[in-house]
Design a protein around this ligand. Structure first.
Ligand code: UDP
Length: 416
């Protein structure tokens, strides 16, 4: 696997570390369990990290020499890609390795993958994790700031090449497949839809009062939860505006209403946190919002279980692992009706879908969940958990990925 900017062993919730890191880590582990040998090549971004680390019986991460060994914003890594390719090629040669297939993650890894797969003459499967075309048009439509046209032109043109030249695209949702066919001009036959998953041993429902004691929140609070990276496109600003509307509408008792925001608040996220704090101050609800900092998975299940509702207010979300984690803990989810969220959060059954960047619509949905009868919430929770366990767990995902890999490898062998 090539996961150029997303180290599978990096701590999620921090410095651009999120879903892709979680995805690559878990998929590699699950593939290792069913017999695949997996090497994940990722950029060496910290001098204290070791070159090679084994993280499952048959899975290793290999840090690649490519640019300075410190954090560099993702969109500035493009210039180091040729060095990345050279070092992967040298590593394979020095260690006398052979690979049957390359699975790339994100467009920059796809860029490297195209070069390497042709050098080694091995097939390549590509997963995008985010589509430049959709991201560009989301930024443009919501007029946050004008996107860097040159950068996006380059990214989109490479994403097209990756779709056209790789042996298969592994897309995480049918909606992403639709976008790839529509915007990148490839046939849907070459795109397999295999979702991301969650670890059911990590995410499961915990008794609400136990969970609240663990995270030190009072039993009588109404808790709205956000989990994830704190960046503009995640729509936390919309959530804060919606919360103010819920309080103003007085449809439910909001005397103990709190919003918990779980995710790293320092480093690159600091600027967005400052903006969100100013917004909450302006709306007069600053004391309702608690920033917990980032938490690891063993703590997160308590946050999900303690919450009355988990909100995923993204403006753009290619897949979204957070709603699955919440659903696995039996917590109702409200998510924007965008990207992969439409696929995972089945409207009205496993949660509610609302238009993106629409505080009024979101406030109505929050009122609806917080003000609803217990039996409705129970049925939503049960359905959500059932859906996750049936469709979105890593062993099932890895089995499907494994079948796809075998098909691609065999196809290459028979055409040789
Ligand atoms: N996450 C975490 N700790 C935090 C915040 C987030 O472990 O403090 C994890 C979260 O549990 C999820 C991932 O980061 O597994 C975020 O993935 P998602 O696909 O929802 O969003 P992305 O980061 O890809 O935009």
């Amino acid at each position: 696997m090539i996961s150029e900017h997303a180290d599978p062993l990096a701590r999620p919730g921090s410095k651009e570390v999120g879903g892709q890191n979680v995805y690559v880590y878990n998929l590699a582990r699950a593939l290792s369990k069913i017999g695949w040998e997996v090497d994940v090549f990722t950029r060496w971004d910290n001098p204290n990290k070791q070159r090679v680390i084994k993280f499952a019986q048959r899975a290793r991460v290999i840090r690649v020499k490519s640019g300075p060994r410190h954090y560099i914003p993702r969109d500035e890594l493009y210039k180091f890609l040729p060095d990345f390719v050279d070092d992967v090629v040298s590593f394979k040669k020095e260690n006398n390795l052979n690979y049957d297939l390359i699975h790339t993650h994100y467009w920059m890894s796809g860029w490297c993958g195209l070069k390497i797969s042709s050098l080694w003459d091995v097939p390549m499967v590509a997963t995008y994790h985010s589509l430049g075309y959709v991201r560009f048009h989301t930024l443009k439509a919501f007029k946050k700031h004008s996107p860097d046209n040159d950068f996006f032109r380059k990214r989109i043109s490479w994403e097209k090449k990756i779709a056209q030249l790789s042996d298969s695209v592994l897309s995480t949702s049918p909606y992403e497949r639709e976008d790839i066919t529509k915007y990148y001009g490839v046939s849907s036959h070459n795109i397999a839809v295999i979702p991301a998953g969650i670890d059911a041993k990590t995410y499961y429902p915990i008794n609400k009062s136990v969970a609240r004691r663990t995270i030190q929140r009072p039993a009588d609070e109404k808790i709205v939860l956000y989990v994830g990276r704190i960046e503009w496109r995640k729509g936390i600003g919309t959530l804060i505006s919606a919360l103010a509307k819920v309080i103003e509408a007085k449809k439910i008792d909001t005397s103990n209403l709190k919003l918990l925001i779980v995710g790293r608040t320092v480093g690159p996220e600091k600027k967005e946190v400052k903006r969100l704090k100013q917004l909450a101050q302006h709306l007069g609800i600053a004391e309702r919002i608690i920033y917990t900092g980032s938490k690891d998975a063993s703590q997160l299940r308590h946050y999900y279980s303690a919450a009355d509702v988990c909100v995923v207010p993204s403006y753009y979300e290619p897949f979204g692992i957070v709603p699955l984690e919440a659903m696995a803990c039996g917590t109702p989810v409200i998510a924007s009706k965008v990207g992969g969220l439409r696929y995972t959060v089945k409207n009205k059954k496993a949660g509610l879908l609302v238009p993106p960047r629409n505080p009024k619509g979101l406030s109505r949905a929050i009122n609806n969940i917080l003000g609803n009868e217990d039996h409705y919430i129970k049925s939503v929770s049960q359905y959500a958990r059932d859906v996750v366990l049936k469709e979105f767990v890593w062993p099932a995902v890895a089995k499907e990925a494994s079948n796809l890999y075998k098909k691609i490898i065999n196809k290459r062998l028979t055409t040789k």
